[in-house]
Design a protein around this ligand. Structure first.
Ligand code: RIB
Length: 311
């Protein structure tokens, strides 16, 4: 079956340790237990889309892994979520990507990514992706793979008739040409400030419209500012939409943004109006922060629907 959503991006094995507080430079902290949990921004989005998508949504992941056990594990995690992994290719020159993650008592984290094979997703891989893009409603991107590959794939996705969603994470400088190929841009507050070359500050719902307009001027038609527990602000063409968040007790914020993007894409693919898609995405992301880990924290569709009914 042709995929209706394609995710182009990273696959990492996450090495997660819970700590009382995040270590300062030069500090050693004693952590609690260690866990290996499937992650990587791209794979998290694919996994979440696979889990949350209804029968009308089929998901394919495109990316690179090494020839190792982590690769098998990561592909198995995606397959279990119903994701087609035929466009995840192994590369001999690099090991599978890994991420070292500390999570503190308040659920905040620090992440270091050793990109490995994700760095081997090269511009000349884009030709083979085109076939997957053809007929897809959306292609989802993030920034853990080489930027020249992402830029070329954004353009190719558009040429094949798909709409593009970019999660500009982790924050990296992006050219106007790059951003011009994005239909929906979904930064969090610090990524938004980075893209505009401004000092990172907290952004309230009141500040959001002006910030979103400045980002829209860089190219994307739709800007969705992810504002954590405040929810999000969406500037869709001329229309501003505030979608409130759902306060929850945070255990681990890892992959909340990935869960948001995937849920948004699923809801829009199903033809839901933007307001409803934002509420669905806020609900799924809120549940994910109550759980430890990346792909392990993604809720099922039923859980999201029950959560939203109870609010
Ligand atoms: O967005 C969360 C992800 O960032 C983690 O799963 C980790 O792999 C890093 O890529």
């Amino acid at each position: 079956m042709k995929p209706s959503l394609v995710v182009v991006g990273s696959l990492n094995m996450d090495f997660v340790v819970q700590v009382e507080h995040l270590p300062a430079p030069g500090e050693t902290v004693l952590g609690r237990d260690f866990q290996m949990i499937p992650g990587g921004k791209g794979a998290n989005q694919a996994c979440a889309a696979g889990k949350l998508g209804g029968p009308a949504v089929s998901v394919r992941m495109a990316g690179r892994v090494g020839y190792d056990l982590f690769a098998d594990h990561l592909k198995a995690s995606l397959s279990a979520a119903g994701v087609d992994v035929t466009a995840v290719h192994a590369t001999k020159s690099q090991p599978t990507g890994v991420a070292l993650i500390w999570v503190d008592r308040s659920g905040q984290n620090s992440i270091v990514v050793a990109s490995g094979a994700n760095h081997a997703l090269l511009p000349n891989d884009v030709g083979a992706m085109r076939q997957s893009f053809r007929g897809a409603r959306f292609v989802l991107f993030q920034l853990e793979t080489p930027l020249d590959t992402v830029e070329l794939a954004l353009v190719a996705a558009r040429e094949e008739g798909a709409r593009t969603i970019l999660d500009p994470a982790p924050a990296r400088p992006l050219s106007r040409e790059f951003l011009a190929a994005v239909d929906i841009l979904t930064p969090n507050e610090s990524e938004a400030c980075h893209l505009l070359g401004r000092p990172v500050t907290r952004v309230s719902q009141a500040d959001a419209p002006a910030l979103a307009r400045d980002l829209q001027a860089l190219g994307p038609r739709t800007v969705i500012l992810k504002l954590g527990e405040q929810g999000c602000f969406c500037l869709d063409g001329e229309r501003g939409i505030q979608a409130r968040g759902f306060p929850v007790e945070a255990r681990d914020t890892t992959a909340a943004g990935d869960t948001f993007n995937a849920s948004l894409a699923v809801a829009l693919t199903e033809g839901k109006p933007m307001e409803e898609a934002l509420r669905f995405a806020n609900g799924a992301a809120a549940i994910s922060v109550t759980r430890l880990g990346a792909q392990a924290s993604v809720p099922s569709r039923r859980e999201v629907e029950e959560f939203l009914l109870s609010r």
